[in-house]
Design a binder for this molecule. Structure first.
Ligand code: GDP
Ligand code: ZN
Length: 408
């Protein structure tokens, strides 16, 4: 099977039905995040693929994974596959917000899932909407779910609240599709909104490749003979360009170590020995999950040891920054009340790559404009031109989405 053409991120308040909806669309539960929550703010993005298909007879849409050969509406077996897409599960837990944002460079469209049986907006509904807006996601479909739990009047009221929430957000024309995920009602309408609203973007094969590593593995069984050991495997999505078998690559900022209480990162060079994207491929492109077999010592890649890093071509120029001036733009609407100005050494969390890093405010950056602050980062970040980082800041003892940052 080919690689998924686009990544669709799910977002929305916790318990509003993201996981259940992905199951209704793909027939699989995306990975749960309980382990990630326990481990702190490094998360593994969950991927679930599905192929959108249209019934030649009745025109209804469904996914091949769920329909299993027969149109769920009319029973016809004339199914026309249209496009393979990948759902990226983004956790609703507020401390994971920065990671949601940093995934935006590999996201082509987003679903905002809103439960019809609760007052709208709930805190994370608003926060996720602000994030999607701030990082420049253009394509949004709102899914009004749990429709089976409310009557017609309540559904209409909830719809009006959603409309009000979207007003002035830049997403006022986003379709709002009512569904029940547990009863699989209106899934055809939702798939049509995705198919028509999230076009596969034109990709440039000759762009300098950048891939975000979401997970890394050691695929060898314990006790494998050294001569039979397979190299470390990296999984994630390509943000731009293409990667090929045989490419010499560099992983940055690289392997983390602490020696004599000093933290450091060491870039790692290797070669791509195999590629998979929905099956074995020779060239991998932006879109769904890509698995990269490498010549690396599997000890480096085991247990997500290299997650959060970037893959670039070994020859390509890059800059890693620890100390930098950042222009910080707060969001206009926020659910948190932040204190004005920053205090000396105030910690902020930045979303970069598929990981987050903590930065400490060192005061104003002179000569760089009013919004620029000098920042000392715990973990160096790869600077991509025009990249926007998400900024989280503490208010009332919680991390909240604060705005976006650009290195200047
Ligand atoms: P998540 O935290 O957003 O991933 O939410 P889940 O998918 O885990 O759903 C939370 C709860 O809502 C679960 O008990 C689901 O069974 C339930 N749920 C999700 N979607 C629906 C729906 O469409 N109808 C009903 N009745 N329950 C739903
Ligand atoms: Zn049909």
């Amino acid at each position: 099977m080919a690689q998924a053409e686009i990544n669709v991120m799910t977002s929305g308040h916790v318990d509003h039905g993201k996981t259940t909806l992905v199951y209704a669309l793909t027939g699989v539960f995306p990975d749960t995040h309980s382990e990630e929550v326990k481990r702190g703010i490094t998360i593994k993005l969950g991927y679930a693929d599905a192929t959108i298909a249209k019934c030649a007879k009745c025109g209804k849409r469904y996914t091949l994974e769920v329909a299993k050969g027969k149109c769920t509406a009319c029973g016809s077996s004339e199914l026309q596959a249209e496009r393979k897409i990948s759902f990226l599960d983004a956790p609703g837990h507020e401390t994971l917000m920065a990671t949601v944002v940093s995934a935006s460079s590999i996201v082509d469209g987003a679903l905002l899932i809103i439960a019809a049986n609760e007052e709208c907006p709930q805190p994370q509904t608003l926060e996720h909407l602000l994030v999607l807006q701030a990082v420049g996601i253009k394509n949004l479909v709102v899914v009004q779910t749990k429709l089976d739990l409310v009557d017609r009047l309540a559904a209409r009221e909830n719809h009006a609240q959603i409309k009000k929430l979207l007003a002035g957000s830049g997403f006022e024309n986003a379709p709002i599709i009512p569904v029940s995920a547990v009863h699989a009602t209106n899934i055809s309408e939702l798939l049509t909104a995705i198919q028509e609203g999230f076009a596969t973007p034109a990709r440039k094969d000759d762009a300098e490749p950048v891939m975000l590593i979401a997970r890394s593995f050691d695929v060898n069984l314990p006790g494998t003979a050294i001569s039979k050991l397979k190299g470390g495997v990296l999984g994630g999505s390509i943000a731009k360009g293409v990667l090929k078998e045989g490419d010499e690559i560099e992983i940055v900022p690289g392997f983390f170590s602490v020696k004599k209480e000093r933290e450091s990162y060491k870039p790692v060079k290797t070669r791509i020995t195999s590629l998979s994207a929905g099956g074995k491929v020779e060239v991998a492109r932006p879109g769904g999950l890509v698995g990269i077999g490498t010549a690396l010592d599997p000890a480096l890649t085991k247990s997500d040891g290299l997650a959060g890093n970037f893959i670039i071509k070994a020859s390509s120029p890059y800059t890693l920054v620890n100390e930098c001036a950042m222009e910080i733009t707060p969001v206009e609407r926020s659910i948190a009340k932040f204190s004005p100005g920053f205090v000396e050494n105030e910690p902020l969390v930045f979303g970069a790559g598929t990981e987050t890093t903590v930065g400490f405010v060192q005061g104003k950056a002179k000569g760089k404009g009013k919004k620029a602050f000098l920042m000392r980062l715990k973990k160096p970040v790869l600077v991509q031109p025009d990249a926007k980082l998400a900024v989280l800041r503490r208010a009332n003892n919680r991390w909240h989405f604060f705005g976006t940052a650009k290195i200047v």
